[in-house]
Every structure is written in structure tokens, then in C-alpha cells.
Write a protein that binds this ligand. Structure first.
Ligand code: T4K
Length: 402
């Protein structure tokens, strides 16, 4: 379909046909070579070794270390448990500072262990924790900082490392989005005391569910390995408080299979990013977040910011209009962790210092990408967004009547 015909097609919210016959989601999984995966499943079944530090998990861990240049990778069952274990192994307690603009798991992992999550504001340009406010939030009870590499872009690693060092604080990075990304030419996975990644189905590299703790600290890695398996240091010998955080062999098989295709997934994402950018960056009131060209990036999140006054309609009305087209864009991480429970009840009033978080969370919209789409699909989404802006007043008038 050529661009002109696509643009003249009536928008679904105004009574036209949806642009896509099937729903398009943010986070549709990338899946590698099925034959290779099934072959690995056969191997697992023949081995009769299904979990607990099996050969597939070891292969996955060693491939991740090789790719990132990190000394230790401890694979676990998901990114949230990776955070839980890392936080406990680092001895964080009392208060820990983290950005309010993050997925709820970052805060829950602290609160789950009776640690107070102290929500910090973000830099509105990059959406990352603001180091200047981190300094202001340090109290005698602060034991650590969690920086989040939101959207796969590294947060202010150097500034946070400096603050942590000067104040003797532990520094953990939630790198759930940042597998395969770099900072100052070194791969994410090598910073802070440890970094945590997620291999959830929606991530650039998935192991169905999965996660890992990455560190260059030998002592910490040993402790984390023990904690992943109830603290067992041998049959009948428990040396730590631990949990069941083990990654299964089948999850690792999916991880290894997808690792073989990671560069293809990233190339597809990069092309989609460029196509979206070419179609959307000129639109008034719309900003598409940029990735640093001189660093490695996985391009897994296509993030827009909508400024209602200049764009013509609100982010939420754009979202509804896209949903009508079967384009299930998401408003991650609305309304900010501080406004979700139990935090809204436990720590009311924190919005006063979280002005950028509040503003950004009201503007952000994340678009579908990945292997579910080809370039013409991305162009169609871009065209629909352009058309929604073109017919903004009609859409607003219709909503007012309803
Ligand atoms: N830290 C940060 C900064 C994170 O973003 C996350 C997770 C974590 C820590 C914790 O890591 P994990 O414990 O999850 O490993 C999703 C994911 O569940 C979550 O992993 C992710 N971040 C977060 C940003 O997004 P939802 O509620 O959007 O996910 P879900 O499962 O509803 O999936 C979204 C869409 O993707 C679905 O509507 C359809 C599609 N989908 C999903 C799955 C699971 C599929 O097409 N196939 C699938 O198998 O939270």
C-alpha cells in the first residue's frame, strides 16, 4: 500500500477499519531457530538433568560472560529474583535510593525485604535517575543506590559510582532493559557492585522467564550462587539464607538458542528505530528518544514523548486511537512507582520532589518493535500516528461528544 493511500484510509477511531487485523503488542517475543531449540530440549530430556546448575545453564552463563566480558554471570529464574538476591547479597538495608520512574519490580525487590525504597526524580531528557537529587536524599540510614538503565540506555554510571564511593554505599544497576548495551565502550554487566538483567519474554533476549546477576566480584558471585540454591554448599550443608532462584535447563536452552540470533534481533530493532525516526521526528509535539550512536544498543524500546499542546491530542487519546488500530502501544511506567501500592499509602507526598517523573510518565508512549514487524508494518504504524495528528481536532471533538 503506498503512503498516500495509507494516509487517506479512515482512522479506526473515526469509524474506519483497523490498520492491523491482528493485535500488535509491545514485547512480542523474539524467537530463534526452532530446530536448534528442539534439539536442545531433546538433549535435556536425554540427560535427565532438568534444573539446578545443569549443563545448559552453565553454557548460557559462560556464553553471556564471553559476550559481555564480565567475570561472573549467575543465571536465575527471573529479573525480579535476580534483584532480590543481589540486594540481599550486597547487604542493603535501611534505605535505598532508586528512581521513581521504573518498572514496579525495582521497588518491590526492596520493600519485599523490609528496605525502604526512597524514590528519586529523573533527568527529563534521558529519563534516568538524577544524581544531584540522589546526593540530597542520602541519610544516615542509606545503604545503597539502585540505578536503572531504562530503555537500555545507561544511566549516569560515572556520577553514581562517585557518589556511592564517597558515601560508602552499595551500587546496584537494574539493567533489565540493557542486555547487549554498552557504556563508554564497555558492556553493561561490568559496572557497580553488580548489575541485574532480565530475560523475560518481552526482552530483546528471552529465556521464556529468566534473569541474571552479573558481577566482577568473586566473593559476591560465590555468595549469590549459594543464595540462588537455598544456601546449599553441598549435600546437607546450608551456609546462608537462600531461596529457590534457579534457572531451569529448558529456560537456558531458549536463552542459548536466542543468543545465537541476538545480533539479528538487534539489527531488526535498529532498522525499525530508524524507520520510526524518519517518519515521526519532524512531527510537532512528538519526541522520539535517541540512542547513542557510538555505543552498542539493543533498540528494544521505541519511546515517544507526547506534548499535548503542540501535538494536538493527549498521549492517552493517541493511545486509544492506536489501540483502535490494533496497535497496542504502552504507557510504561505510568503513573510512576511512587503512586502504586503499597508506596502511595506508605510514603504519601513524594510527588513534590518527583516533578520530572510525574511529567514524563504522563507523556511517554512505547511502540511495538522486534521480529513481529517488517518495515512496512513500522511504516504503517508511523503513518497512522501522522494521520492521528492530522485528524486530531476531529478525534477530540468525537471524544467530547461521547
Ligand atoms: N526491572 C525493570 C526495569 C524491568 O522493566 C523489569 C521487567 C524487571 C526489573 C523485572 O524483570 P522480570 O522479573 O520481569 O524478569 C512487562 C514484563 O512482565 C516485565 O518483564 C518487564 N520488565 C516490563 C517492562 O514489562 P507487562 O505487564 O507489560 O508484561 P506482559 O507479560 O503483560 O507482556 C506485555 C505484552 O507482550 C503482552 O500484552 C503481549 C506480549 N506478550 C507477552 C508475553 C509474556 C507476548 O506476546 N507473549 C508473551 O509470552 O510487564
Amino acid at each position: 500500500m503506498d503512503t498516500e493511500r495509507r494516509q487517506s484510509q479512515r482512522l479506526a477511531i473515526l469509524g474506519g477499519k483497523p490498520a492491523f487485523s491482528e493485535p500488535l503488542h509491545v514485547g512480542r517475543p523474539n524467537i530463534g531457530d526452532r530446530v536448534a531449540f528442539f534439539h536442545r530440549v531433546e538433549q535435556i530430556l536425554n540427560n535427565k538433568w532438568l534444573t539446578n546448575d545443569g549443563p545448559m545453564v552453565r553454557e548460557f552463563e559462560s556464553r553471556v560472560c564471553g559476550m559481555l566480558g564480565t567475570k561472573h554471570c549467575v543465571a536465575v529464574c527471573n529479573g525480579t529474583v535476580a534483584l532480590d538476591i543481589a540486594i540481599r547479597a550486597l547487604g542493603m538495608q535501611g534505605e535505598v535510593i532508586l528512581p521513581a520512574f521504573t518498572f514496579i519490580a525495582t521497588a518491590h525487590a526492596l520493600q519485599w525485604q523490609g528496605i525502604i525504597p526512597v524514590f528519586c526524580d529523573i533527568d527529563p531528557h534521558c529519563h534516568h535517575i538524577d544524581p544531584a537529587q540522589v546526593e540530597e536524599l542520602i541519610t544516615p540510614d542509606t545503604t545503597g543506590i539502585i540505578g536503572v538503565h531504562l530503555w537500555g540506555c545507561p544511566c549516569a554510571i560515572t556520577a553514581l559510582s562517585d557518589i556511592a564511593q564517597r558515601n560508602s554505599l552499595k551500587l546496584l544497576f537494574d539493567a533489565a532493559h540493557a542486555f547487549g548495551c554498552s557504556y563508554r565502550q564497555q558492556m553493561i554487566g561490568n559496572y557497580g557492585d553488580a548489575e541485574v538483567v532480565s530475560f523475560h519474554a518481552t526482552k530483546v533476549l528471552n529465556s521464556f522467564e529468566g534473569g541474571a546477576i552479573l558481577t566482577n566480584n568473586d566473593v559476591l558471585a560465590d555468595k549469590i550462587r549459594l543464595m540462588r540454591n537455598f544456601g546449599f554448599a553441598g549435600y546437607d550443608k546450608v551456609v546462608y539464607l537462600g531461596t529457590n532462584g534457579k534457572m531451569s535447563e529448558i529456560a537456558a536452552a531458549m536463552g542459548v538458542t536466542n543468543l545465537d540470533r541476538l545480533m539479528d534481533f538487534v539489527d531488526i530493532n535498529r532498522n525499525h528505530h530508524e524507520t520510526y525516526r524518519a517518519l515521526l521526528e519532524e512531527l510537532p509535539g512528538l519526541r522520539i528518544l535517541a540512542c547513542h550512536n557510538d555505543e552498542k544498543h539493543n533498540y528494544q524500546y521505541v519511546v515517544l514523548e507526547i506534548e499535548q499542546e503542540r501535538f494536538g491530542i493527549s498521549r492517552d487519546l493517541l493511545l486509544r486511537s492506536l489501540h483502535a488500530e490494533n496497535i497496542f502501544a504502552r504507557r510504561y511506567f505510568y503513573p510512576g512507582a511512587h503512586l502504586m501500592e503499597p508506596y502511595a499509602s506508605l510514603y504519601p507526598g513524594s510527588e513534590a520532589r518527583l516533578k520530572n517523573t510525574v511529567q514524563v510518565s504522563e507523556r511517554v508512549l512505547v511502540l511495538p518493535t522486534g521480529t513481529q514487524l517488517d518495515t512496512s508494518g513500522v511504516e504503517l504504524i508511523g503513518d497512522r500516528i501522522r494521520a492521528i495528528q492530522k485528524y486530531a481536532s476531529e478525534i477530540v471533538a468525537l471524544r467530547t461528544l461521547q
